[in-house]
Design a protein around this ligand. Structure first.
Ligand code: AMP
Ligand code: MG
Length: 344
């Protein structure tokens, strides 16, 4: 199959909407990462998403809408909880996904057999237009091959899915750069399943108590069921072996410089660069978690493009605000390998 790169003009977005209406798949920009969209109400189109990505069948998809009224119009949710109304008012459109009891129109293929559904109203104008022009809710996971970092540019999508999907809309680089925040509203208090651009602090400000799922910061214990199935998979893993290093500047510089060799790379902050020998990838300023989020996946993909790099040391990010999401993705890239330099 030939994969065309469409522009973000109305004319091209309408072509992409036709593909979706006809049961096809489209790589689409959103403010978080690129999504691989299909008609959420068409089980065959949804199954094709799983095939193109090599996604495990038990990992459900997020359903994207371009207007809150579509939840009722398309019977996407059994009911809309009060918490959802508060969050929609504050954070939609935006990088927040809410899990609610699913409505009768949602195929089991979308929810991977669960009785809940994940809903998001993206703020990216191209995503909104695509959904509106198609006149359908759009199921879309990240547009990468399962196991590789989520795509934040159309080139990333091309690299992973060229020949497997008919079209990608070029909407430039994604603003947030990490996947959406996922919160479940099917229990009290609501629980954060995946951190993202909307922070735990913002959710607690809006709702009061919000629990933090264990899988956000820790590896799931053997045999425990993941509340968010996606959290149990080894995600975002570059081929090189990644280790996160916890510690102050001096300890970090001494350790990485003492262990420097040509096959080794360091992921660090801009401010660290002058003090580090050898191959380094900069995430942005130490105090700017949003910038670190924006760059992380591109850095992981750049590392993957360089076969000489076999080992990576990454500076442990600050876990406040969006930093919690950066840490959550980085520990998965590191297979949960974290070394505390103060203990050496
Ligand atoms: P992605 O589309 O790649 O951003 O992944 C979507 C994430 O949302 C995965 O981690 C899924 O496991 C999670 N998710 C989607 N639907 C549900 C649901 N009904 N309950 C819990 N987690 C969900
Ligand atoms: Mg994904």
């Amino acid at each position: 199959m030939n994969t065309v790169l469409l522009k973000d003009t109305d004319e091209d977005i309408k072509k992409a909407a036709e593909i979706i209406k006809n049961g096809g798949l489209v790589g689409m920009p959103t403010e978080t990462v690129y999504g691989l969209g299909a008609n959420a109400l068409n089980p065959k189109a949804v199954l094709d998403i799983f095939k193109a990505k090599g996604r495990p069948a038990d990992n459900p998809l997020i359903v994207h809408i371009s207007d809150v009224s579509q939840i009722e119009k398309f019977s996407l949710a059994e009911e809309i909880p009060e918490y959802a109304k508060i969050l929609a008012e504050k954070f939609w459109p935006g990088p927040l996904t809410m899990i609610v009891k699913k409505g009768k129109a949602v195929p089991d293929e979308v929810s991977a057999g669960l009785d809940t559904v994940a809903l998001r109203f993206p703020s990216h104008p191209v995503a909104q237009k695509l959904i509106s022009f198609a006149g359908l809710p759009v199921a879309a996971p990240s547009a990468n091959l399962s196991g590789s970092p989520s795509p934040t540019t159309p080139q990333h999508v091309m690299r992973d899915l060229k020949g497997k999907i008919p079209a990608i809309i070029d909407g430039g680089i994604c603003n947030v750069g990490l996947e959406s925040t996922v919160i479940t509203l099917t229990e009290n208090p609501p629980r954060l399943l995946r951190p993202g651009g909307i922070t735990l602090e913002q959710l607690r400000d809006a709702l009061g108590e919000v629990a933090l799922d264990d899988a956000v910061l820790h590896k799931l214990k053997e045999g425990r069921r993941a509340a968010s199935p996606g959290m149990k998979y080894k995600h975002y893993a570059p081929k090189a072996n990644v280790t996160i290093l916890k510690g102050g500047n001096r300890d970090f510089y001494d350790f990485v410089n003492a262990n420097s060799h040509s096959n080794r790379a360091v992921i660090c902050y801009d401010e660290d660069a002058p003090f580090i020998k050898g191959n380094k990838f900069l995430l942005g300023s130490k105090s700017d978690s949003a910038q670190q989020a924006h760059r992380l996946f591109d850095v992981l993909r750049q590392i993957d493009l360089n076969p000489e790099i076999t080992a990576v040391y990454a500076r442990c990010p600050d876990i406040n605000g969006v930093g919690l999401a950066v840490y959550n993705r980085l520990i998965r890239a590191a297979g949960f390998e974290v070394k505390d330099l103060a203990e050496i």
